[in-house]
Design a protein around this ligand. Sequence first.
Ligand code: URA
Length: 192
Amino acid sequence: MSLKKLNEKISQCKKCELCKTRINVVCGSGSDQAEIMFVGEAPGRKEDEAGLPFIGSAGKILDEMIESIKLKRDDVYIANVVKCRPPENRDPKPEEVVMCKDWLNQQIEIIKPKLIVLLGRHSMDRFLPGQKISVDHGKPKRYNGRIYYPVYHPAATLYKRSLLEELQKDFQKIPKIIKEIEKDNKDEITEV
Ligand code: URA
């Protein structure tokens, strides 16, 4: 199936309660050929209104980070663990994450990114068991045949400016990590 066809299916989803309060399903945006996929938590108000991921204040920071490694939004793919906005921006409920799980897995299967950048704790929890964002951010991890890279969520840097520096540092490592993956250099990537 093409990514376009899959996203059309995702747009019709009524598997959980969030379909009742959403304006739009926020499937994701970017290239189906992306080498890097970014995964956030869930859409906020602006994203729900526009049907696009990361277009609010956290999105501005993400854009800056992507540009800082000489890439554009269209070069990568940006998605979320949960595709519909939780009301009042509450955390997604475990059952909502479970219902949405297969959609994200199918997106990953089609795009086959070399690196999946996990934006924040919630996204990291969804993919990597037993990790701690304050300890494990900025460290690429291989798990079940995929390579993940946890970093702080861009929104977290809005409340705690010291995290912005950490996020900038972690982003600067991405081009080198991609090179190591291409060389299949196992020493640089920890197995989880
Ligand atoms: N925060 C997220 O995790 N995802 C978005 O799409 C926007 C903000």
